[in-house]
Design a protein around this ligand. Structure first.
Ligand SMILES: [Zn+2]
Length: 275
């Protein structure tokens, strides 16, 4: 806790929505530098969870990293960025993977002209109707359609304008933005590194404080995940914005590796015992 308070003071919490709005959560805006913001505590259907997003400003562009689980989250991110924008910036949206909690707010930013960037494995999924995906989630949650509509808002997915197949460096206004393929949690998982401020937007490659969500894969995927974490560990990273939880430092990478390794050992140990 003490550590987190120090981190908050260091980064400067610039915005904190006190009242929890429907579909918005309780977003907190952290100014990592003049040009990099992290937004945590956006709405999530999981009762005790939030989801995070990021914004990078270059000379003439704004790059959003993920867009929350709801239309209200997308709007909040746009409003947050707008306060700093001059009005003629090019807009980019990097979707880190195809899970609803990171992409359902995308239509708000697409409507603002955002060029969308995503892994090629997301293309088929993004061609699907967002409302179809929303409906199946509403069913799963045992919600009424009205409740789903009021919380999620309109969900419209669209295929990417820029496709990522392997690690690449996006050059925007002379700035390098690293888009890294980081499979493990999901096959189409990306993370984003901004060397100028040594910031890693890790998305669901790193879970701060909690257990990594492993149910989208098996031992092979988890081993891949560990390798990706080891790859990130040697990079020059100062601050990490994870997909869920608080902003953190590189020590969280070791904790995530430890958890995944323990999980693999437990599962494979159990299989051997059952044989
Ligand atoms: Zn997530």
């Amino acid at each position: 806790m003490k550590y987190f308070i120090i981190l908050v003071l260091f980064l400067g919490l610039v915005g904190f929505i006190q009242a929890q709005s429907l579909g918005l959560g309780n977003p907190r805006v952290y100014k990592i530098s003049e040009s990099v913001y992290a937004i945590t505590n956006l709405y999530h259907t999981f009762r005790y969870g939030w989801v995070n997003a990021g914004i990078i400003f270059t000379a003439n562009s704004v790059i959003f990293i993920d867009c929350g689980m709801t239309e209200a989250s997308g709007e909040f991110l746009w409003e947050t960025a707008s306060q700093k924008m001059k009005g003629k910036e090019k807009i980019y949206l990097i979707l880190t993977h195809s899970h609803s909690d990171h992409i359902f707010g995308m239509n708000v930013l697409k409507q603002k002209g955002a060029k969308e960037i995503a892994h090629e494995l997301m293309i088929d999924f993004l061609k699907e109707s967002g409302e179809k995906y929303k409906s199946s989630l509403i069913k799963e949650l045992n919600w009424s359609q009205e409740k789903g509509d009021s919380i999620f808002g309109e969900v419209k997915l669209s295929p990417p304008d820029i496709v990522v197949t392997k690690d690449r460096i996006l050059k925007i206004n002379g700035e390098d933005i690293y888009i890294l393929t980081s499979p493990g949690h999901a096959r189409d998982q990306l993370s984003v590194y901004y060397p100028r401020t040594k910031t890693l937007f890790a998305s669901d490659v790193i879970y701060q404080g909690g257990d990594p969500t492993t149910f989208f894969g098996g031992p092979e995927e988890w081993k891949t995940w560990i390798n990706e974490l080891k790859r990130l560990k040697v990079m020059d990273i100062d601050i990490i914005c994870p997909g869920h939880g608080n902003l953190c430092r590189k020590d969280e990478i070791d904790r995530n590796i430890g958890y995944l390794q323990g999980y693999i050992n437990g599962i494979t140990g159990k299989v051997k015992k059952d044989e």
